[in-house]
Write a protein that binds this ligand. Structure first.
Ligand SMILES: Cc1ncc(COP(=O)(O)O)c(C=O)c1O
Length: 476
């Protein structure tokens, strides 16, 4: 160990290499052994505090000794969202190249706020943003930036919409968001100063897609009352059921009513790379702003969100502020200062991991991985349909299938109660994990199958295992 009196916070070259090897070994063990492990566990505070709490350490320790117990004490006490049998919420099936990209970005401590400080990194970010623009079909002239995730992407896109449609006056502004929108959309609108009573949760049709009739009548009512409608938020894949809103019709409506059209594609937009997804996602290219979340279905480590805006200059009009201490960073006009395109000035280099992953695996592998996710949900649906006790609530679409365990011996309210109980029981057992949601007022279980490493055998076994849990709880 380096001399503890050394206040330069340095390790020797050998110590750095030893620490790096230890970390890489830990990661490679994780990636290669995950399939044989439980999906993880949720520990109690009382168990964690003795291991992971304690006073501020005044004295140095050997780095290897600090890291060694973390596998059991820290990383075992979490849910492995990258596990091939983790079907809860939206999984995070990242890839190892992305992890190494994250390490490089952190190691070189890349600053991506200005071209002056990070011209190479800004060029990589421009390149990846343009790849995503092409994939989603937005025109030349569209731009965007990397942000922390889908929530920040929604906030950023809607901030641009607010600026473009309302200027600085948000009085009586109304936004239409669809009752299946992710919670981050309403939160973003709140942050942007839109009153909660002016955030319209427009109803959905029987397929959980935003209803055009409800949208039209809500807008007519607001116009008649003298309010100021300014945007519609649609989903390219809802978190609940994978539903895609009628994007072309909403785009047309927004154009004729002079409304900003934001699409939340944080979950589903990458499915455009697969044939079945492309068939569902027509109209994605019509967005004024579009949220993507590469840390979901583009297999990146957290955090990697992205927002695309049809008119790149609108980002500047919304966010650009030039203080005197950054005057040296004002370059020629093609030198992009990403710090002027969003909320963050100091920004990590999120584009690198996706750039590296795409370079190493190639887009064709991403297409296949996404197509596989869509297929796994279809396999799950077939298996549920042929097993007694299950009813399908929404069929497999964009790698989400929802269903209920409803044995005929139970009343409706007992069935409702059973779904939540099953999630607890699954977590306790740990073989796999599905979580629940509420659809049309009734609890349902949900599998989200975007991990391309899940096998058909694992899906079949997961359904068998869930059936066993359901039957056990139903008769206890
Ligand atoms: C449709 C949708 N939008 C937005 C978000 C929020 O994204 P993040 O958690 O990356 O902020 C999610 C997260 O699951 C989502 O599914």
């Amino acid at each position: 160990m380096t001399d503890p009196s050394d206040d330069r916070l340095e390790l020797s070259a050998d110590e750095m290499r030893a620490l790096g090897r230890q970390v890489v070994d830990l990661l490679v063990d994780h990636f290669t052994s995950l399939q044989g492990q439980p999906v993880g566990r949720r520990a109690a505070r009382a168990d964690l505090e003795p291991m992971l709490g304690g006073p501020v350490p005044e004295d140095p320790s050997d780095p290897g000794a600090v890291i060694a117990p973390l596998k059991e004490q820290l990383f075992a006490n979490m849910l492995h969202v990258d596990h091939p049998r983790f079907f809860a919420f939206v999984p995070g099936p990242n890839n190892f190249v992305s992890v190494m990209g994250e390490a490089l970005a952190a190691g070189f401590n890349v600053f991506t706020g200005t071209w002056f400080a990070g011209s190479g990194p800004a060029q990589i970010e421009l390149t990846v943003i343009d790849w995503l623009r092409q994939i989603c079909g937005l025109p030349n002239g569209a731009g965007g930036l990397f942000v922390s995730g889908g929530s920040m992407a929604n906030l950023t896109g809607l901030a641009v919409g607010r600026q473009e449609k309302l200027g600085d006056d948000v009085a009586d502004a109304v936004a239409y968001i669809g009752d299946q929108c992710h919670s981050s959309v309403a939160r973003a609108l709140r942050v942007l100063g839109i009153k909660p009573e002016n955030i319209r949760a427009v109803g959905s049709d029987a397929d959980f897609r935003l209803s055009m009739d409800s949208l039209k009548s809500a807008l007519a009512e607001d116009r008649a009352a003298g309010r100021r409608p300014f945007c519609v938020v649609a989903n390219a894949g809802t978190t609940n059921t994978g539903a895609v809103d009628p994007l072309p019709q909403i785009a047309e409506f927004c154009r004729s009513e002079n409304l900003w059209f934001h699409i939340d594609g944080a979950y589903g937009a990458p499915a455009i790379l697969a044939e079945k997804g492309k068939a569902l996602l027509g109209g994605l290219e019509l967005a004024d702003s579009l949220s993507l979340d590469p840390h979901k279905w583009l297999f990146q480590s957290f955090e990697a969100g992205c927002v695309l805006v049809r008119d790149r200059a609108a980002l500047l009009r919304t966010f650009q502020v030039m203080p005197e201490y950054l005057r040296d960073t004002e370059g020629v006009s093609d030198e992009i200062n990403f710090g002027n395109y969003g909320v963050q000035l100091t920004r990590s280099f999120r584009a690198l991991k996706l750039w590296l992953s795409l370079r190493v695996f190639g887009l064709a592998s991403f297409r296949n991985a996404i197509a596989r996710g869509i297929e796994i949900a279809e396999v799950a649906q077939r298996e549920l349909e042929r097993t007694d006790g299950w009813e399908i609530v929404t069929p497999a679409r964009l790698a989400v299938v929802t269903f209920r365990f409803a044995p005929p011996s139970l009343s409706e309210s007992e069935v409702d109660f059973l779904q939540g109980g099953m999630v607890e029981a699954m977590l306790k057992d740990g073989y796999a994990l599905a979580t629940s949601t509420v659809l049309a007022g009734r609890p349902a279980l949900r599998l989200c199958t975007i991990n391309p490493r899940t096998t058909d055998e694992e899906i079949v076994e997961t359904v068998r295992w869930m059936t066993e849990i359901g039957n056990r709880l139903a008769t206890s």
